[in-house]
Write a protein that binds this ligand. Sequence first.
Ligand SMILES: Cc1cc2nc3c(=O)[nH]c(=O)nc-3n(C[C@H](O)[C@H](O)[C@H](O)COP(=O)(O)OP(=O)(O)OC[C@H]3O[C@@H](n4cnc5c(N)ncnc54)[C@H](O)[C@@H]3O)c2cc1C
Length: 391
Amino acid sequence: MSAHNSDGAWELPHEFRQMQTTARRFMRERIVPAEAPLPHDAYALPDDVLKPLQEEARRLGFWNVESPAEWGGAGLNLLGQAIVAEESSQCKMGLYIAACHAFGWDPPNAIFLGRKDQIEKYAVPALNAGSKTFVAISEASGGSDPGRAIKTRAEKKGDRYILNGTKIWISGVGQSDWGLVFARTGPSKGRDGVTSFIVEKKFKGFSYKPIPVIRSYFPYEINFEDCEVPEENVLGPVGQGYKIAIETLNEGRIGIGAQMIGVAQGALSATIAYLSERKQFGKSLSEFQGIQFQVAQAATELEAARLMVYNASRLKDAGRDIAREGAMAKLLSSQVCERVTSLCVELFGGYGYTKDYPVEKYYRDAKIGAIYEGTSNMQLQTIAKAILRDS
Ligand SMILES: Cc1cc2nc3c(=O)[nH]c(=O)nc-3n(C[C@H](O)[C@H](O)[C@H](O)COP(=O)(O)OP(=O)(O)OC[C@H]3O[C@@H](n4cnc5c(N)ncnc54)[C@H](O)[C@@H]3O)c2cc1C
């Protein structure tokens, strides 16, 4: 189906608009009310509430939207994934638990670069159960240049690798059974010396502990102490782990951008509703032009970021390299998310600073967009390289 309207302008194709409407309705009618009775900082629905919602989501085609259909995912292209991510992040825990976990939990897309037996052993059960998995790249030595900073070592001994080292900031370890770990094999200290491993939490020598952060859903530190990983758990060629990590991150940037838009939109929608209710000087706040202009500015910036995310997605779906467009989309959407959520807190006045309304949480959550999966400076570095190379 054409993505151009009768004037020749690009617009969201019909089937994507339908998908957006369905996801939006599901979020508003099923997820937001299910989450409402939970504490402000909760990050899990009770099982008896979650299970029926997961069944509904499967029927609607939203089960593991990023994973290939041949292995049990919904197999959406990147534009479809972005549209769903924008909606599924619009609940209080939505930035890190999409749709409160009703849409499953895609395993890292790099697992599908693995052998058939690896996919069947690890990815398929995770997809069926909708269970969490982790990706461990970052270390205390630095996350911005992981190809060089990784110090965790994997030494080959017979038919196993012995891992020693520490990873930090790793999301979801506590909730996962397995994940991908990037460790140094061989003498190289550069990007060519990193290999990717599928590591089960129950492997001997694996331990982990939480790292308290600004939000309740915390990441973890993982310690490998002579952790034994069978040789068959090497993912992809030995020494090619950095390439695998970068592939994971490039597409991830679009997802983060879409989530940032969702969070900003969630905050703005809640604020617009509040502005009509709240009265000062005998009028609704929404009647003051000063406030209207601030809301109009926020909505305009948000639309610009949204279009950049859609554009990067559709270019990637068309087979184009999107290093530059993906970096621009993540950079702008995380900046806009911070600005919009900050304004929303302000427009709620003192109430915006409390845990009685969702905007306080959206504001705290917004900050991470400029840090993980490549900081804002790293996005600028990618954009600058592309611009200077092309000029
Ligand atoms: C909540 C949370 C969840 C996370 N989840 C995961 C996960 O699941 N898996 C994982 O592997 N990692 C994860 N991370 C780690 C995250 O990806 C890193 O924190 C991030 O990449 C930055 O690395 P760093 O913290 O070492 O900062 P550094 O690399 O030390 O950077 C510090 C500052 O210096 C800037 N900087 C660095 N180099 C340059 C340069 N050349 N030019 C200009 N500025 C520069 C950076 O932009 C940043 O502002 C998570 C982090 C958090 C906080």
